[in-house]
Design a protein around this ligand. Structure first.
Ligand code: KG4
Ligand code: ZN
Length: 356
């Protein structure tokens, strides 16, 4: 029997991605255009710039994914596209393109929730049965949820202010890490991980957020404030201009990274205990899946592994390529939905994007 094929399209943030997968999760062809370099230079994502770059690249990216997989549009069983959450202007480009595409080629359309896609990606790589606990941490996301089925998630916690990657990016920008020779091409999180290796985390003490809040939510804005105050104090002590601190950048990086890791680990620990107390995870081989750009941080992974080891959970983290945004994860979510016949729309239905 010939396998059903799904084209996945992602434009929710700053990656234009497309991929064709067969029903088994084999990647037949993919293409990805990242805008990260551009946004690194402007000190953050400017939504209209992101929109313009998606517009410039989407046609080619989709074309490349189809050509590399040697698949004609008429052979596709469905087109799956991210419709939420994300930047409105970015989401709009992928959605408009996809709606035109499915009408032109008369293919079914599957609207995709970006976070659902992140959470399910691991199942493309290895068999992971529902339910499992998932921690998603990146520049735009931070949440803990129990994945109970393809379209069934129990949200345990989310960020009350900003996502951890966003915090690391902003601290890195405040320290002008982009000017450090080793860090010029790195994201904020990567720069902090690198510099922290030569730092002493005990030389700065930041309070782990929400120590007295008995839930599984996150907060990083207060930590960013603590770090900024410490930087301001040091700059004043040394009588230097903003963003020119050199003397203790490694220590600040190490302390910041440690506090982020500690917060993520403590919240995850709470979530695991809650799941156990309420029978939300299977007694045999319960699993924690961690994904998102921040999940590639080795120090944070180590902190999480201490928690999973202590509580008897298996820790799974897809390789970085699949932790960050791409068309593959969207196509895979399409495959999962196609298998279960969930959320598949005829080509002529008007779909809206939802930023939140
Ligand atoms: O998943 P991703 O590529 O894009 C979205 O945000 O959706 O994640 C990017 C975020 C950035 O904030 C970046 O600073 C952070 O992930 N990041 C890291 C590391 N690599 C990327 N944070 C900590 N340690 C890293 N090694
Ligand atoms: Zn994402």
């Amino acid at each position: 029997a010939s396998s059903r094929l799904v084209l996945g399209i992602e434009t929710s943030c700053d990656e234009t991605g497309a991929a064709v997968l067969d029903e088994t999760g084999e990647i037949l062809g993919e293409s990805l255009h990242s805008q990260k370099d551009v946004h690194l230079r402007t000190g953050g994502i400017i939504p209209m710039v992101a929109q313009q770059l998606h517009r410039e690249h989407i046609e080619r990216v989709v074309q490349e994914a189809l050509e590399r997989s040697n698949v004609e549009p008429s052979q596709l069983s469905a087109v799956a596209t991210t419709v939420k959450p994300g930047l409105s202007l970015s989401l709009g480009v992928g959605l408009e393109f996809s709606q035109r595409f499915v009408r032109q080629h008369n293919r079914p359309f599957i609207p995709i929730h970006h976070m659902e896609a992140h959470a399910l990606t691991v199942r493309m790589l290895q068999p992971v049965a529902f339910p499992f606990l998932v921690l998603l941490v990146s520049g735009g996301h931070s949440l803990l949820a129990v994945a109970r089925g393809v379209d069934d998630f129990l949200l345990l916690g989310h960020t009350l202010d900003e996502a951890p990657g966003d915090t690391l990016d902003k601290v890195a920008r405040r320290l002008s890490l982009i000017k450090h020779p080793q860090c010029s091409t790195l994201s904020g999180g990567q720069a902090i991980e690198l510099l922290a290796k030569d730092g002493d985390r005990t030389r700065f003490r930041f309070t782990t957020p929400m120590g007295q809040t008995y839930d599984c939510c996150f907060s990083f804005a207060g930590l960013r404030n603590q770090v900024t105050m410490a930087i301001v104090k040091k700059e004043a002590e040394e009588g230097i201009e903003q963003g020119t601190l050199l003397s203790c950048v490694n220590d600040i990086a190490a302390a910041t990274q440690h506090t982020v890791a500690s917060h993520l680990a403590k919240r995850t620990h709470r979530a695991i205990l809650f799941c156990k107390a309420n029978g939300l995870l299977p007694p045999s081989s319960p699993t924690l899946v961690v994904s998102g750009g921040v999940a590639s941080n080795q120090y944070i992974r180590k902190a999480l592994s201490l928690i999973t080891e202590a509580t008897g959970l298996q820790l799974l983290c897809p390789p970085p390529k699949f932790c960050t945004d791409n068309g593959v994860m969207i196509a895979w979510n399409g495959v999962e939905r196609l298998r279960e016949g969930k959320g598949i729309l005829p080509p002529n239905v008007d779909v809206c994007y939802e930023p939140k």
